[in-house]
Design a protein around this ligand. Sequence first.
Ligand code: AHR
Length: 683
Amino acid sequence: MNRTQRPRSGLTSHPGAGVPRLCGLATLFATLFLAASAASAAEPATIAIDVAKPGHAVPTTLWGIFFEEISHAGEGGLYAEMVRNRDFEASVVPAGWHVDGTHVSTPRGWRTRLWFTNDLPGWSQVEDGGAEGQIALDSSSPLNDRNPHSLRITVTKRGARCGVANSGFWGMNFQAGQWYDLTFYARTERNRHFGLIVSLESIDGKEVCERETLPEVGGRWRKYTLSLHARQSDPKGRLVITLSDPGTIWLDVVSLFPRHTFRNRPNGMRPDLAQMLVGLHPAFLRFPGGCVVEGCTMANRFRWQDSIGDIAQRKGGFDLWGYYTTYGLGFQEYLQLAEDLGAEPVYVINSGMSCQARRPNETVSDADLHRYVQDSLDALEYAMGPVTSKWGALRAANGHPAPFPIKYVEIGNENHGPAYLKHYKIYYDAIKAKYPHIITIADTRLRDAPVEYVDDHFYVRPARFFHMWDYFDDVPRNGPKIYVGEYAVNRGVGHGNLFGALAEAVFMLDMEKNSDLVKMCSYAPLFENVNQPDWPVNLIRFDSSRCVGRSSYQVQKLFAENRPDVVLPTRVTAPEVSARDIRVHEFYALAGLDERRHEVVLKVVNPTATPVAASIDLRGVTRVTAPGTIFTLGNANATAENTLDHPNFVVPVKSVYPAPDPEFTYHFTPNSLTVLRLPVAMR
Ligand code: AHR
């Protein structure tokens, strides 16, 4: 979880030199790629593709996504809720934690920054036209036991209005013509009733919608709803709820959603951010983490049961990346998102240990472990059980009678050591006994345990991925399949840049080339709210109203959109040169075949600052039958990057390429990833 390069189990367990040589096609590919390193600057750069000798299939599962609640990816991000701290629980420190000024420590002593600076983060008092009063956090008469705190507004002096405002997550984005649905719970003393005034406003108090009055709010806790129509746009607006008469009112679970969410799901996702995910064509969605699965204490782990059903009944908590999360984006929303994206859910379960990087961590005792195992089985039953089962019935009651099929379960995140081995076996047996179809994923290679897939993580500098162009070639094929669950260039590239993205592309070429072994991969992290990043480099950056896919996003998208059906043997000769002070090959390449379209799909990375001419030989091809399609992602400046202000700085350019002869020369532009798609006829 730290920000430094940490090749995970893949590196530690990678056999390196001396492993038994591979047999069959794997050997052939390995040898062909190794030719690249043997080339010298004097030799012409060439790419020879054996189109007539297709290799292994490229799995449809290869390119997926990994979502974790980090950098406000969900809360204040993908999850479309506009109110921050809607349940007034954001300033609650878990029992047993110790507050020390600006910091807080878990009972075992892991220390982090206190995630709030006042009792009511997100909320501020409004007093207009001579009105006076106070707002305060209150626990005197809770809405329910899962939401023990509420907001008390006391108006002491009549005026224009007195109450509260919420500016959401660095401003609420209101768009002219759109509807916004407000829901909240309220109660009053002695059955008094008030007219509650609600408005959507710009930060300086100008109204963005008609001011609405909800008459007769009061009595015991009751839910109220109101629809508001924005007549103006404002990306940095706020919600204001006030009263004008003196008296006291309590509010809880104050929620404002745009009516239009992704697929118009209630409690749904922000459409522009979800659309960015659609653009990646993810084969799978790994969720909910990452370290949040583990928690900084066991109680702090992602608790799926607290994250389902009515939002007023959910129990939020401290997200170990440094903020409060309501769990509005919960287990069912993740499953629904996967379904809406057409992606396989990959559910990561806690393995009976809190995060081992946040020391000292907790490991559940042998006597208690069965409860945690059962909790994971219950989650799987919630997702997949028949509506007649206990948890399946709850899923149906929560709006999804059909099961959400789960095929992949990861046991733990970045866990290791003897306790992990012991726990892994217990979880594995329990899952397989009830769900034999599930493919389990381990965090490390384990001796004496059945490991089907292993999840390797890589956070590196560009040089490392350039040097890993053949990394998986020599890994024996008799071990577990590999899921590269987290990878990114996140060092030495600022917030990310094209050079880092090209290094990732080289690593992706290696994963695609070795996709008989590497079955799944996902970049990490996926999202960053630019107002509070917790991680240096992230794929998609956004604020309240805008989003941008970094150059790495464009690389991911190009690979997903140009995944061939089979890999083709690709012999590359390219000299070693310097690029940005590191040794790289002049280019890296891999071809595959799109069998349905009869197209050769060739991907080439030129990480150098100069154009590179390569002679390309499509062996076994009689002719290129029609003009090809070319996508070029590049820039003269290797440090170029897309920003919120300039989101289309580094984006693929599509062009038509007149049908070449089967042997032709192509000039690859500086700092580029090029995808050539050429329809071919074979001998
Ligand atoms: O992606 C951010 C963090 O990196 C994940 O939570 C964790 O699995 C890894 O250490």
